[in-house]
Design a protein around this ligand. Sequence first.
Ligand SMILES: [Fe+2]
Ligand SMILES: [Fe+2]
Length: 304
Amino acid sequence: MADYIEAKKSRLKYYQKIPLYYQTKERKLVLYKPAGKTIEEVRLEKEQVPGKLYIKQEDKIKGIKEIQKVFNIRLSEDIRSNNPGKVKETLVNIVQETLAEPRSGSLEGVSETVNILISEYTKDSDVIKNLLIVSKQDYSTVIHSINVMAIVLGYANFIDCSLYEKKILGLSALLHDVGKTKIDTALLTAPRKLTDEEFNEIKQHTIRGYEILSKCNFGYKEIALTALQHHEKLDGSGYPYGITNLEKTAQIVGFIDCYEALTNDDRPYRNAMSPLKTLKLIKQDVESDKFSRNLFETFAYSLL
Ligand SMILES: [Fe+2]
Ligand SMILES: [Fe+2]
């Protein structure tokens, strides 16, 4: 049984390449849906539909890839039909699925997701901008990552950088907090001020993210470096290492990460701030040389 995991009901219809199994009364696992068929096809042939279906542990990454593929196609359709609500929903599905198993093989699937977002992000369609207006209930690392990516892509569009740079920026933003999947959720969502020890544990998400992403085959070193450096500050007051020589992508994502966290109502003990108030607050960090002044000014213009 240790080699099998229960398949999520909502995902069953998307599996084609990977086989599904059910458990008999004797607790034996038997093939239900063979590879190459959909569950609908099998359902028509067989009378009984088992309450629970399982996938083999070794098929897990293959299964995630199948789901990413289906949702990536849906994402293109959602964007074309100009429906920000649907786009967000599909993105949440993709990112949730990916972050459930954040390692090489599954993480690369969001590369296509960012490709789609960039290629569909034309000047006349503001569906990605509108992503941020869509309901923000159930705030989590998933929503935060999507929000940061949407703001970063908006900024990238404003500064008119190359497609190549947009791709690196979008992916780095979407995956900057992937290390949080290795931190206790209770700590991440604690509705109180954390102790020094607890905060030190949370700080580790930068290093863990770097470790996860350096094993992936994206082909850009900036993605792992952004995970590592997005909480570093130019004056050396950041973490985990207090370095001052920061990758440009990490500076942009780190700055927008800070902006997004302040403008969103993510913690029960404080309220979201308006963009203007947030900019005023961040400006203090610009005065003390934590963030680049040039970046701050360009970003402020991009919001107009
Ligand atoms: Fe972070
Ligand atoms: Fe973040």
